[in-house]
Design a protein around this ligand. Structure first.
Ligand SMILES: NC(=O)c1ccc[n+]([C@@H]2O[C@H](COP(=O)([O-])OP(=O)(O)OC[C@H]3O[C@@H](n4cnc5c(N)ncnc54)[C@H](O)[C@@H]3O)[C@@H](O)[C@H]2O)c1
Length: 256
């Protein structure tokens, strides 16, 4: 039986921009009570204001700040049943280019945000889901939607930390789906191709065209609303679990 989103509490990290914003809008349209978590207070306030949600500025790598934010969300909306983990950063750099190897700190930073930060929010949100009553006869308590990347599958070049962080997210998704199954919590992921968001516009403007070349159809960037539509489907469809779905127009990233 489909999960009914209306009235459910949802947390969307990175909800103040791009794909997270697309997810926040789609969930709000379906009637969820959405908390927008973003380290950009401005972005969180803008999106929350437009969708009638709650803005919770916080850094996902900060244990205390995320605990506080989730507590505030629960007080306002009840126990979270939906978590979309869209907060993330890009890092475009070759490991061996110029006159020195890539600084270790650069690799560490992107893994810290994209992988460790995502896990930080998942562990705290899933803990709350575990304590909540089941929503249906299956015993469903909640769903976590992770956000990986085709880069994590395709071995994207010139972004070792980003690629590794996203491959880590894909690994985490099936592992946690198995672990959380006993509590009725699903974990499924989306691996986007190239979407029209500030991240892409700020970091990859000059590489966008080879990417589109490698995209069979449609030959354009994806829209955040198309990402939001898949988030909604994952939440509603109880049989989607443990899988990371490529949402990418068929792209296989070129290696050169
Ligand atoms: N846009 C794409 O083509 C694309 C492709 C594959 C994967 N992704 C992934 O999708 C996710 C969203 O990316 P986007 O394109 O919407 O980027 P974006 O830059 O538009 O949005 C990311 C949001 O995350 C927030 N954020 C960053 N670090 C944070 C932190 N430590 N704590 C809290 N919030 C933080 C930013 O403030 C921003 O609002 C990222 O994980 C990204 O890696 C994007």
């Amino acid at each position: 039986m489909a999960i009914r989103i209306e009235g459910l509490a949802a947390l969307v990290t990175g909800g103040g921009s791009g794909l997270g914003e697309g997810a926040a809008r789609a969930l709000a349209e379906a009637g969820a009570r959405v908390a927008v978590l973003d380290r950009s207070a401005e972005g969180a306030a803008r999106v929350a204001g437009e969708i009638g949600g709650l803005a919770l500025p916080c850094d996902i790598t900060d244990e205390g700040a995320v605990e506080t934010a989730l507590g505030e969300a629960e007080k306002a909306h009840g126990a979270a049943r939906i978590l979309v983990n869209a907060a993330g950063i890009a890092h475009v750099a070759y490991t061996l280019r110029g006159d020195a190897p890539m600084p270790l700190e650069d690799f560490r930073r992107v893994v810290e945000v994209n992988l460790v930060g995502a896990f930080n929010v998942i562990r705290l949100a899933a803990w709350a889901m575990k304590r909540a009553e089941p929503l249906d006869a299956d015993g469903a308590r909640g769903v976590v939607v992770t956000v990986g990347s085709v880069a994590g599958f395709d071995g994207s070049i010139g972004s070792a930390g980003y690629t590794a962080s996203k491959a880590g997210i894909h690994g985490l998704t099936l592992g946690l789906a198995r672990e959380f199954s006993r509590f009725g919590i699903r974990v499924a992921g989306i691996a986007p191709g190239s979407f029209d968001t500030p991240m892409i516009r700020d970091n990859y403007a000059d590489t966008t065209s080879p990417w589109l070349e490698a995209t069979p159809f449609p030959k354009r960037l994806g829209y955040p609303s198309e990402f939001g539509a898949l988030v909604r489907e994952i939440v509603e469809n109880p049989m989607i679990n443990g899988e990371t779905v490529r949402l990418d127009g068929g792209i296989r990233m070129p290696w050169f």
